[in-house]
Design a protein around this ligand. Structure first.
Ligand SMILES: *Cc1c(COP(=O)(O)O)cnc(C)c1O
Length: 417
């Protein structure tokens, strides 16, 4: 088969997949859908919905401009809880009263990991280890190192295969009577490896440890089942697959059974038992309120509501099905078009272990990425040789995916010629 025939075959396949796509119409709801630009970074900064532009305008004019400070009582004070519950319902499988929206992922991670560590050490002073993997996102590793230094803890490192992730056996070897807290990503930010969160949570629990899950690369793309899977604690981003906008605040999940046992370190007035009593000293509030510190970033948390509403309509299972169809199509195209140029796949090929993005490896990928950006094809480069293709299921088509990979082949050709 000539390469022209093979490309025509892939184009037919992409058209057929788009025509049969149950979520195909969602793409037109996003700003920029009409442009030929290829967006492979919806897992890093999601595209905005058209409805969001209207929502923000309405918010400034009517709510902020019209209701002024009265809106705090009328609705804004409840937003961290109301939007949190919605994230719980449509994205992470959490019943109400366990999820809040608040600070950045980094800050919420610090608050939850430190709260968990302190509670564990208080119950058993021998539990001084924090377990994290060498391939985890930098902020997760840095927060864990910082808490260990600050609280007299010890870090135990897991070293997974960078093309895969933290498998059950690796965790089982790392935890024991010395473990306080484990910090893991549900979907690895580089390889896209999807862990079995309930199984790993059971391993940690059997060893007496708590796990804090980082859901940044799964929320809005992979079903989480926080309650059904028995998760302890979790944090996640809202500016990735939840399209909350640059720097939109993160969410935190704390299982009901743990909430009253935990005290987080950034004691602020908004997390106190009676916010407006302005009392002489801090008493933590009930339920999730104790995990809040200061005034909610209202303007920054409203945009995500449009994607949450859309997710509620279509269902996270349909999103996951589309995500798997997109990533497996991308892998097939990569094998066919890029494999002959020496590109290798460093993401799991097994659907059960693959999240919403795939990473392709070649020594020229840094230069290839620069070339692609110049031509309006926007993937991510991840050190050392990775080209990361994020495929946001609600806003990405199969034809777009193919166009981007053909451009990658051409850029690679130009770089290595
Ligand atoms: C994107 C991402 C973060 C980002 O944390 P911020 O505090 O929002 O900068 C954290 N963890 C993981 C796994 C991520 O992918």
């Amino acid at each position: 088969m000539t390469s022209a025939e093979s490309l025509a075959g892939l184009e037919d396949e992409a058209s057929a997949l788009d025509a049969a796509d149950a979520l195909g119409a969602c793409r037109d709801l996003f700003i920029g859908a009409e442009s030929p630009l290829v967006y492979f970074d919806g897992n890093s900064l999601g595209r905005p919905l058209r409805a969001t532009a209207e929502r923000l305008e309405r918010f400034v004019r009517d709510e902020w401009g019209g209701r002024l400070i009265r809106a705090w009582d009328e609705s804004w004070m409840r937003l961290p809880y109301a939007i949190g519950d919605e994230i719980g319902r449509v994205a992470i499988g959490a019943a109400p009263g366990q999820t809040i929206v608040g600070d950045s992922t980094t800050v919420l991670l610090y608050k939850l990991v430190r709260a968990a560590f302190d509670a564990q050490v208080a119950a058993d002073p021998a539990r001084v280890e924090l377990v994290v993997d060498t391939d985890n996102f930098p902020t997760d590793r840095y927060v864990v190192e910082g808490i260990a230094a600050e609280r007299g803890g010890r870090v135990r490192w897991i070293s997974p295969d960078p093309a895969a992730g933290v498998e059950a056996g690796l965790l089982a070897e790392a935890v024991g009577p010395q473990t306080a807290v484990v910090v893991l990503s549900h979907v690895a930010y580089r390889s896209g490896y999807l862990t079995d969160a309930p199984a790993l949570t059971r391993i940690a629990r059997d060893a007496g440890a708590l796990i804090v899950w980082d859901l940044c690369h799964s929320a809005g793309s992979v079903p989480v089942e926080a309650d059904a899977g028995g998760l302890d604690l979790a944090v996640g981003c809202t500016y990735k697959y939840l399209n909350g906008g640059p720097g939109s605040p993160a969410f935190a999940y704390v299982a009901t059974r743990l909430q009253s046992r935990l005290a987080q370190p950034i004691q602020g007035w908004m997390g106190a038992a009676d916010v407006f009593a302005m009392g002489p000293s801090y008493r933590p509030g009930a339920g999730m309120s104790r995990f809040v510190s200061g005034t909610p970033p209202v303007l920054a948390m409203i945009a995500m509501q449009d994607t949450l509403a859309l997710l509620g309509e279509v269902g996270i299972e349909a999103v996951r099905a589309k995500s798997l169809a997109l990533t497996s199509f991308a892998l097939r195209v990569a094998d066919e078009l890029l494999g002959p140029h020496g590109v290798t796949v460093v993401s799991p090929r097994d659907d059960a272990f693959r999240g919403g993005h795939v990473t392709l490896s070649h020594p020229a990928m840094r230069a290839v990425t620069a070339r692609l950006w110049a031509g309006d094809v926007i993937p991510d480069h991840r050190d050392p040789d990775g080209l990361r293709i994020g495929l946001a299921p609600l806003s990405t088509s199969f034809a777009e995916t193919l166009r981007g990979l053909v451009a990658t082949r051409d850029a690679l050709h130009a770089e290595t010629a």
